[in-house]
Ligand binder design. Sequence first.
Ligand SMILES: [Zn+2]
Length: 473
Amino acid sequence: MSQAHEIAAFGLELVQAYRRTSASRELLREVQARRLRAVLDAASRTRFYGGKPLRHLRDVEPVRKAQYQARLDDTFTDKQLSKAALLAFVHGGGAPGALLFDRYLVATTSGTTGHVGVFVDDVAGWSRQRAVVFARMFQGMLTAEGFAMLARRRYRLAFVIASGGHWLTSILAGRMPTLGRAFADSRIVPVDAPLPTVVRELNAFQPLLLHSYPTFLEVLCAEARKGALRIDPEIVSAGSEPLSLACREAVRATFPKARLVETYAATECLAMATSCPHGAVHVNEDACMLEPVDDRLEPVAPGVEASRVLVTNLSNVVQPLVRYELTDSVSVDDAPCPCGSAMARIKVRGRTDDTFFLVDGQGRAQAHPPIPIEVAFLGVPGLLQYQLVHEAQNRLRLSFVADEGAPPGDVAAGLDARLTRYLKDHGLLEHVGYLVEQIDAVERHAKSKKLRQIESRVARPPGEVVAAIEARR
Ligand SMILES: [Zn+2]
């Protein structure tokens, strides 16, 4: 595929996706049905999904991750593609964003949960997914005609992310120079570069859109408050990790004029959901279909929090992904949003893997999802960042980085008091041991550079699990 085709696919979808943001539900259904037909048609040509006519979504059984990766060679519609070819390409040192067979982009998952997945799509498919994300980020900021102006303005985008490697953000940022000539000026700043280097590059570039991981946005906000980082972004976008309350507060206080955009993406499908100007996260119904399900992959009622979600990618006809399981905990809300979008709203909780299961005095396992724990640590004076790890059953390690000039002893005491109160409120103080320690920097995943702020390394105990009582405050 030529670069002209790639740019055309991106530009056309950008304008149309921007218009669809305010389209009626009927129109969205039409677009979705048309795209689903193309994907099901492609799926029926693969050995994985094929063998029977596929007319409706319900003609396809839900698919587990492991099941899909075990039969990777059966998932492609192009006979040139094979697991061996993809792995040879990924391990052969091809630059992220380089093309396989002159038309395909290959992405691997970073394996933060232990399973590495490999996915492929052509540049047109990726371009359409990305165009949807950008269209939603700019919701309400431009007239459709204004995109021409946007191009002339050469919108400056900075991605402070893990560079190198074949994971999604790195590949997409790596493809930006191609698109950039038409639409924007984009730059990758490696998240693991020394902080003064990151700050210097951002100051020189003056991005209008700043994208990073929530935990790193917090660090950048602290640099801005100190006066070291001097940028004035219009959009701050966060992805790859759950958007913590601490990050939300920090961005609001530091860049009050900027729109904070939350993106929900996976390597399997880039444009799953994006937040609107009202802060609601809308499913990008023109790019994917999401079905909330329980552990047995059975549908859950609307509004009920599901432990998993099935995703159908509506642009990939190279490696169709239909009703594919993601282990994210979501709930869907169909009620209208004041922003005018007819697309369903979704709440994405921290990954189900990061719910803490703490055993109380009666021997019951209490489920503690990340958000109430985050609330407990909001606003500790002098706290820059923390990481809470459930490292053995009923044993927690709370590591923290103190802000410059803040006495670490005071920060430790503040955190200790919050954690003590949280455990006491849940009747766990005598049953859970913990350590509070100061560190120089929080440790990121060696490859993906993602950080799990709240991480459980303890398996869910067998037997009945009770919900933790809401903390009293
Ligand atoms: Zn909305």
